[in-house]
Design a protein around this ligand. Structure first.
Ligand SMILES: Nc1ncnc2c1ncn2[C@@H]1O[C@H](COP(=O)(O)OP(=O)(O)O)[C@@H](O)[C@H]1O
Ligand SMILES: [Mg+2]
Length: 257
């Protein structure tokens, strides 16, 4: 479970987060919505320890990440997968190297382990046939092709899948997606939503999805949190969101649905 209490963050004179209180329950998918620039990405960066709060606390499974030493911060980074806004792949690296980069950076040199993890996550995101077909000629042929591709050889949807595959490496307890469908056409967006939804079910990880795409929210959310002007404006189920009479929520839904 992730608990955030009284989180405040300013950049210079600009107060972005003004006292965020929220709980992300373990399991299922929580969507964080809100207008562009309202602080969604900044909030996510605090949860994974990439930004430090001015005030307030983030608790991960009951532990305050403010108290973490360097090793615990590294362990935290390993227990979360992060799909960055855009795909944020390294253009000069192959799909294989993009996917296993965090393992390599943590000193993993066992090529068999890297290979097996790459196969597992590429299958999980649909860039390879199911793992059970590993060893068949068709699977091995596809693997040999996809692993050597460069991001520029791939469509936007495939690049996004590689970004998701990279986040699944090491079987994290939490997977964070920052605007996974932004910049994709409606059909590809739907496919990525389906993938996010399927992964939430098949992996026992907790998913947190930042989005301003209300179709995504209705497709995949178990729980919705809406930010507005640096505060939590709404927190509840999709049904509660739809039924909300709060003018700010009503206006947001009218604009984005
Ligand atoms: N590192 C930074 N330095 C200065 N301002 C920042 C930084 N990161 C984000 N901001 C500002 O904080 C606000 C919220 O940004 P962000 O969380 O990225 O919005 P969004 O909800 O669209 O993800 C924006 O006004 C942005 O310009
Ligand atoms: Mg953002």
């Amino acid at each position: 479970m992730i608990e955030i209490r009284g989180l405040k963050k300013a950049f210079g004179a600009k107060q972005v987060l003004r006292g965020i209180d929220l709980t992300v329950p373990t399991g299922g998918t929580t969507c964080i919505i809100g207008k562009s620039g309202c602080g969604k990405s900044v909030l996510l960066k605090h949860i994974v320890g990439l930004l430090k709060a001015d005030e307030g606390d983030v608790f991960l499974d009951g532990k305050n990440i403010r108290d973490f030493n360097r090793e615990e911060i590294y362990a935290l980074r390993r227990s979360v997968g992060f799909v960055f806004q855009g795909a944020a792949l390294f253009d000069s690296l192959t799909v294989f190297d993009n996917v296993v980069i965090s393992l390599v950076e943590h000193g993993e040199k066992d090529t068999e382990k890297l290979d097996s993890e790459a196969r597992r996550v590429l299958s999980a995101v649909g860039l390879l046939p199911p793992r059970s077909e590993s060893g068949t000629a068709a699977y091995e042929k596809e693997y040999a092709i996809i692993r050597e591709k460069k991001p520029s050889d791939l469509s936007g949807g495939m690049r996004k899948r590689v970004g998701v595959a990279r986040a699944l490496v090491g079987s994290p307890d939490y997977i964070f997606y920052d605007e996974p469908t932004t910049g994709l056409d409606p059909i590809t967006s739907q496919q990525i939503d389906d993938l996010v939804g399927e992964l939430a079910k098949s992996l026992k990880a907790t998913s947190v999805v930042i989005t301003h795409d209300m179709f995504s929210v209705f497709n995949i959310a178990d729980h919705v949190v809406m930010l507005e002007a640096g505060l939590v404006q709404f927190s509840g189920s999709v049904a509660e969101l739809r039924a909300s009479q709060d003018p700010v929520v009503v206006e947001f839904l009218a604009r984005y649905v």
